[in-house]
Design a protein around this ligand. Structure first.
Ligand code: HEM
Length: 490
């Protein structure tokens, strides 16, 4: 029989009894001198860290990305893509957006699809969703939008009034609402959905030529979705349905995979494209910019410890590597600030040292002059100089920017974004509705009207219906009829 290891206190002293507290005699009260008891209770009290302010419910796994198309060097100098068969380790965290920890996986909500590539040039994070578009086009509206989706400050429940009131004042969300209340609004599992980088990014090749790019992760398991009724039944029985499914699939060796594809737009096209290519409420037509295959992403390892690797993961859209950079997308620009800031609050300044966050693809890890701070648990740079420039061969700048600068002109101020020839808030929502089969339209209308009919104020309902009507007359009228019927049934 193997020898059991000795249980110790945090300071390493042997624990003599882990079943009974120290007491004053067999019948007496517990003693303050029971250090092991006090330490154990105190640690337990501090187990929770702040949950993510959005995307709190999540599942994660590790795996790798393998290049299948070696012809990408003409668009980008990212080393990750420079050779057929090249493998890069990845971490992927899936999530729902609005619910707090414990909320069911089966909610009708966009799913986060956040991928970290541990490249030799540092971590490249694509922090996207399972939808190619978003509700908003300017980050300044994000906190208000999220407040309208989360619990009301007075009732402490999600309020249809708030969800639809905000929407009724935000016509640009019509496209994403059509996605969300359609069939793809509730994936059957995390394995059976696509992922999108959603934003437009810039790719820069070795000749310093720039392209605009959008990323698509196409599921190789096929798309499978749940109806509202199926989701309610499954979520009621097993709120962690998606977590359980992902974990079980990987454990039994059924590794889920996605084909990574890109839409690439030559730089010069951006000014004249029929939609503003930096507007996150719009997609680029696949006819205009067809998908190009890049490689295959596979998940094949469940984390040994959920808290260590998934809860402490801090993905950040600002994590670029040479060959890729931001576009002028206003949402993306706001996000470039938000995630690092969130991680410094949620996990602390040294979260970048945690194993899941450290740039493990870079030989020797990160090298810079940042020092100290709460919970610095590596060697803190040891004896090396903590300033730069220095005369002691410390790390120095590369003189290689990740992306290229963007030309700008004009006077600083607050501007409505530039509209391109076919831009308005409704055109792509209408097109999406018309793409759906009659049965899918029926489910979409039922899902929207079921939620909208719960709103207490008629003016909010009418404003919301007007957006759907502007997208497609039939779409709006069907919702209006369905809402009317539901409200008069009560
Ligand atoms: C998580 C802010 C828009 C996808 C988060 C978090 C914050 C945040 C603060 C929590 C991060 C953490 O604590 O680690 C914002 C702001 C946005 C915005 C300010 C608008 C300007 C978006 C958009 C997408 C998105 C447009 C997708 C297209 C995600 C995902 C996560 C997340 C996937 C979870 C990351 C993970 O798994 O750790 N967001 N967000 N967000 N956001 Fe956003």
């Amino acid at each position: 029989m193997s020898q059991r290891l000795q249980l110790t206190t945090e300071a390493g002293a042997p624990v003599s009894n882990n079943q009974h507290s120290q007491t004053a005699g067999a019948a007496g009260p517990v003693l303050l001198q029971d250090h092991h008891l006090l330490e154990k209770l105190a640690r337990f009290n501090r187990e929770r860290i702040p949950e993510r302010v959005v995307h709190a419910v999540g599942s994660g796994a590790f795996g790798h990305f393998e290049v299948t198309n070696p012809d990408i060097a003409r668009y980008t100098r990212m080393k990750l893509f420079n050779q057929k068969g090249k493998r890069t380790e990845v971490f992927l965290r899936f999530s729902t957006v609005a619910g707090s920890k414990g909320a069911p996986d089966t909610a009708r909500d966009p799913r986060g699809f956040a991928v970290r590539f541990y490249t030799e040039d540092g971590n490249w994070d694509v922090v996207g969703n399972n939808t190619p578009v978003f509700f908003l086009r300017d980050g300044i509206k994000f906190p208000d939008f999220i407040h309208s989706q989360k619990y009301d400050p007075y009732s402490n429940t999600q309020e249809p009034d708030n969800v639809w009131d905000f929407f009724s004042h935000s016509p640009e969300a019509t496209h994403q609402f059509t996605w969300l209340f359609g069939d793809r609004g509730i994936p059957a599992t995390l394995r059976h959905m696509d992922g999108f980088g959603s934003h437009t990014f810039q790719w820069v090749n070795a000749n310093n030529e720039r392209f605009w790019v959008k990323f698509h992760f196409k599921t190789n398991q096929g798309i499978r979705t749940l109806t509202s009724q199926e989701a309610e039944a499954i979520g009621g029985k097993d709120p962690q349905h998606h977590q359980r499914d992902l974990y079980a699939a990987i454990e039994r060796g059924e590794y889920p995979s996605w084909t990574l594809k890109a839409q690439v737009m030559p730089e010069a096209d951006a000014a004249t494209y029929r939609f503003n290519p930096f507007d996150l409420t719009k997609v680029w037509s696949h006819k205009d910019y067809p998908l190009i295959e890049l490689g295959r992403l596979e998940l094949n390892r469940t984390p040994d410890n959920f808290f260590a690797d998934v809860e402490q993961a801090a993905l950040d859209p600002a994590h670029f590597v040479p060959g890729i950079g931001p576009s002028p997308d206003r949402m993306l620009q706001a996000r470039l600030f938000a995630y690092g800031d969130a991680a410094r609050y949620r996990l602390g300044i040294n979260h970048t040292q945690l194993p899941v966050n450290a740039p493990r693809g870079v030989p020797g890890g990160s090298r810079n002059y940042g020092r100290d701070g709460h919970m610095r648990f590596d060697g803190n740079g040891g004896r090396h100089k903590n300033y730069e420039p220095n005369s002691f061969d410390g790390p120095a700048q590369s003189n290689e920017a990740s992306g290229l600068g963007v030309s700008v002109s004009g006077t600083t101020g607050t501007y409505v974004p530039v509209r391109h020839a076919e831009d308005n808030d409704y055109v792509q929502a209408g097109a999406l509705y018309r793409l759906m089969s009659e049965e899918a339209r029926e489910r979409l209308v039922a899902n929207i009207s079921g939620s909208l009919a719960q709103v207490s104020r008629e003016d909010i309902i009418q404003r919301a219906i007007e957006h759907f009507r502007n997208a497609d007359e039939e779409y709006g009228s069907r919702i209006a009829t369905a809402v009317h019927k539901l409200r008069h049934q009560r």
